[in-house]
Design a protein around this ligand. Sequence first.
Ligand code: WTA
Length: 690
Amino acid sequence: GHLRHVESMATLPSGAGKISHLNAVILGESLASEEDDLVFPSQEFTSQALVSSPEQYMSMYKRSIEDPAGFWSDIASKFYWEVKWGEKVFSENMDIRKGTVNIEWFKGGRTNICYNALDRHIQAGNGGQIAIYWEGNEPGQDGNLTYSQLLEKVCQLANYLRDIGVRKGDAVAIYLPMLAELPIAMLACARIGAVHSVVFAGFSAESLAQRIIDCKPKVIITCNAVRRGSKIIYLKDIVDSALVESSKNGTSVDVCLTCENQSAMNRESTKWQEGRDFWWQDIIPKYSTVSTIEWVDAEDPLFLLYTSGSTGKPKGVLHTTGGYMIYTATTFKYAFDYKPTDIYWCTADCGWITGHSYVTYGPLLNGATVVVYEGAPNYPDSGRCWDIVDKYKVTIFYTAPTLIRSLMRDGDEFVTRYSRKSLRVLGSVGEPINPSAWRWFYNVIGGARSPISDTWWQTETGGFMITPLPGAWPQKPGSATFPFFGVQPVIVDEKGTEIEGECSGYLCVKNSWPGAFRTLYGDHERYETTYFKPFPGYYFTGDGCSRDKDGYHWLTGRVDDVINVSGHRIGTAEVESALVSHPKCAEAAVVGVEHEVKGQGLYAFVTLVEGEPYSEELRKSLVLAVRNQIGAFAAPDKVHWAPGLPKTRSGKIMRRILRKIASRQLDELGDTSTLADPGVVEQLIALNDC
Ligand code: WTA
């Protein structure tokens, strides 16, 4: 009876994959040797889990697909709305052939995400609970804020921003490291309806300037310097040059609010521009700790976050308020099986989407206690993460495969030295996690006790799209498993035809979900062209994916010109344009190669201007050009001198061939006869190790 019940559930709308086979597996019917890689959650875990069986998942999933309006409005009703949304819970057009792409959720509803993340919990009597444990780069340096204290700090900054004229809809740039001031700044913007644009503090002055020019903020919030590991980074200097650069371009920013980060640098040594620069510590504490809330429409913008695409210009991904709020809160709750007793730590920086959705908004909307760590994960040594886990009794630990691989390389002793017994759920994000890293994470870090939520999602999606619900599914190391509620992933072939069953192809999504981005800032056309034109009728993710016979999803990486380095998305075009800006570089082509720790590394083929000799010095200065224009995280791992690049007769660079040369798969070069000059390939191979 049990089995039959599950199978009837399995006739889901297409997109859910074929799950029926899986049910047999779960019920122990076909545990053949090929399925030995299934990892089941323990009885102990399942018995307390929010979603504790495939059947429960399936009935919830089924409802979310058949009745999205009902499913999501039931959840949304648990949040605070000053005015409830209008008649329609959502409206969408994802089909470019039917006109302009448009997605709206909870339109007409008026709410505030800061109110829902802070005030709501305080009103429920939880103001004394810790919202943020802040851990500094140096062991022993720490602090914490209760929900009430966090709200007071947010209100003070909100009042200041209002006082200097920041209004609803205005952009505010934030260039901060992982100080508590970073989530505070985000929440203060949200409170007054301003649109935050956080720029990861590892981006260079030029990248920061580019983003400032695009969104024209009234104010930028930064700090003078930060310690990361043993290095000091002078952020204020970077902001200073970015502001010089942007004002040359006609965008001047009137105010630079600067946090004094004494552990890195005192104010006396900080360069200062009177009239523009203000110390946070001198001004903000003078403001009132209460502030009114700007009620905004669910579809009013919440933030902009720039991400890389296949052209040189970064895309300003725009998220709105209501749908994003409901989606990040709900995905956080279910994918991490969140309980009020949890202590949660996500190692991501708020400069990326993971930090937006799963350091700040998702957890705080659930009233969670969050660890915010300023420093490097391997400082002062490779045991630091577990030191922090033990110190705060972290129960949910969410990180990226690149960190797992690098710690794995450093050896188990750094892990086993610590107890880690508080851990109960682990999470992974940013790139496919290879099964060996998965197993090490599971066995060594988690002591084979804690399920891993391998969450597949994107800046664009706002929140998790394909992810295990830790108590519901047996896992397969390396698979992100099944779609989250309301999400209908489909795999399509070259022609955009949906393929069913066991298959592999391009990953698309049918129908909207509340956390979807609504546009690219100032360029709705690019939004449509990039995401909705390639496979009409669907949102195209840019990722390849295969589905196995049990319906599990396996992400296979980007299929466009985006490279995923340590979980950071880098457009090849951006790196190429940085290289070409070097006066001695005539042409450049960048491809991704497998990298033991970073997942993918950047491999640059560079053609120098006529007559320029190769030298180590020149190689360094080319890499420096990339560091200066984008940031250190985008520095190529390898520069390969190229007398010429393999091009088709129409002048298109054949990256397929370059990828093979870069990964030394010389016997797999394929057909080179269509090249304008097939001899180029021989030359490149000859110069392999120069
Ligand atoms: C990749 C980060 C496999 C993917 C949240 C996606 C993943 C890109 C996973 C988005 C995962 C992210 N398994 N691949 N669990 N998570 N990716 O916008 O290629 O920085 O398209 O968002 O990262 O990167 P983004």
